[in-house]
Write a protein that binds this ligand. Structure first.
Ligand code: XUL
Ligand code: CO
Length: 441
């Protein structure tokens, strides 16, 4: 009999509905329930983040690990990695989540040299493959950790030392192999330390060109091995670097366009990264989607009082509604999903807390989906926006949009029609309309 890591959860978490007071049940998320043409599970494609949930220790900058995880107790690193993997698959099954995401160094330990690290990864990947086949669980995305090792202190692809660049590329090669081997549906690049601390030692243009080269090499290798997954870049403005190159969705899109990379990438938008950049989650999702490039979501939330990446589990219903409005508007999240890049708080030391955290995030997004779908079906908001721009859809406005009107003609038009009448943006009315879908009734 295999060791059980979550004995407190005696049966898989199930939907019991809003009246249930069972903390180990979903109140809204009902995987097979249809919302429009798809089930909730198909819309939401939830994923568990391996690093926080199974490798997180609760450490912060004022103190080391606070969690004692039974799967992390073996003294041999490979035995520990195997135990962690089994704990992870028990968790996925009990929680009823179909997907997970990992960094290479989350699932397999660093060896004494690069070759040993690669062997460790291959060994754990072969174990993961068996567990995926046994359980039907799938890999949403893999990635390489190119930020923890001290060699990456000054960046990976943007490192001033070509030796480090080559190491990072070799690591990406193996992480891509691992992701492909496990049927990963995407591969993520989060530029952990791709940025700078001071411009006094930095050739900004050179680092941008290096980074572009790094991505082009990755694309070439993707083709070479026939990996079909979607490449994603995850923007973040700062932390750990003072200034990160993938600042926000708009910056990444502009970088991709400049370096002829746009066709090969979509974006993985993380809520807490968007707010760190001084935007709302809704904003960065909208910017990505408007370019046809919203590929996946790291679902979490920050803390207004704390100015850093707190990676909390998402409980904010408005954020979830707005996110799902963007997703529904673009016809779904495609091969992406909602990855809970979130950690239970340092004080939440019990393994059961990991269940409560995910259940809360899943119910929040399920509710967001249901409400966003209602808003879409009713069409009031869409109609309002359409009407707001209707002056561009015919006559003089349509000609303007086609670039067919000279400035002289515009001046003449003003002469004939007088000054425009100001119109209300009706924000409060629209906010009340959103609330009307939330209020019970
Ligand atoms: C860091 C972060 C990463 C990426 C994957 O802030 O979000 O965990 O999601 O490297
Ligand atoms: Co993330």
């Amino acid at each position: 009999m295999l060791h059980e890591y979550f004995p407190e959860v005696t049966k898989p978490i199930e939907y019991e509905g809003p009246q249930s007071d069972n903390p180990l049940a979903f109140k809204v998320y009902d995987p097979q329930k249809k919302v429009g043409a798809k089930t909730m599970a198909q819309h939401l494609r939830f994923a568990v983040a391996y690093w926080h949930t199974f490798r997180g220790t609760g450490s912060d900058m004022f103190g080391g690990g606070a969690f004692e995880r039974p799967w992390q107790s073996a003294s041999d690193p490979m035995e520990r990695a195997g135990d962690t993997l089994r704990a992870a698959f028990e968790f996925f099954q009990k929680l009823g989540v179909d997907y997970y995401c990992f960094h290479d160094r989350d699932i397999a330990p660093e060896g004494s040299d690069f070759a040993e690290s690669c062997r460790n990864l291959e060994e754990i990947v072969s174990q993961a493959k068996v567990l995926q086949e046994e359980t039907g669980k799938k890999l949403l995305w893999g990635t390489a950790n190119l930020f923890s090792h001290p060699m990456y202190t000054h960046g990976a692809g943007s490192n001033p030392d070509a030796h480090v660049f080559a190491h990072a590329m070799a690591q990406v090669k193996h992480a891509l192999d691992a992701t492909a081997e496990l049927g990963g549906e995407n591969y993520v690049f989060w530029g952990g330390r791709e940025g700078y601390e001071t411009l006094l030692n930095t050739d900004y243009r050179h680092e941008q060109e290096q980074l572009a080269r790094f991505f082009h090499y990755a694309i070439d290798y993707k083709k070479e091995i026939g990996f079909e997954g979607q490449f994603l870049i995850e923007p973040k403005p700062a932390e750990p670097a003072k200034h990160q190159y993938d600042h926000d969705a708009a910056t990444v899109l502009s970088f991709l366009r400049e370096f002829d990379l746009l066709d090969h990438f979509k974006l993985n938008i993380e809520a807490n990264h968007a707010t760190l950049a001084g935007h709302t989650f809704h904003h960065d999702l909208t910017v990505a989607a408007a370019a046809g490039k919203l590929g996946s979501i790291d679902a979490n939330q920050g803390d207004l009082q704390l100015g850093w990446d707190t990676d909390q589990f998402p409980t904010n219903l408005y954020d979830a509604i707005y996110a799902m409005l963007v997703v529904l508007e673009q016809g779904g999240i495609g091969s992406g999903g909602l990855n809970f890049d979130a950690k239970a708080r340092r004080g939440s030391i019990r393994t059961i807390d990991l269940f409560h955290a995910h259940i809360g995030g899943m119910d929040t997004f399920a509710k967001g989906l249901v409400i966003a779908h209602k808003i879409k079906v009713d069409g009031k908001l869409d109609e309002f926006v359409k009407d707001r721009y209707s002056s561009y859809s015919s006559g003089f406005g349509e000609k303007i949009m086609h670039g067919k009107v000279s400035l002289e003609e515009m001046e003449k038009w003003i002469g004939e029609h007088g000054d425009p009448t100001p119109r209300s943006g009706r924000q409060e009315l629209l906010e009340n309309i959103v609330n009307s879908y939330i209020f019970p009734g």
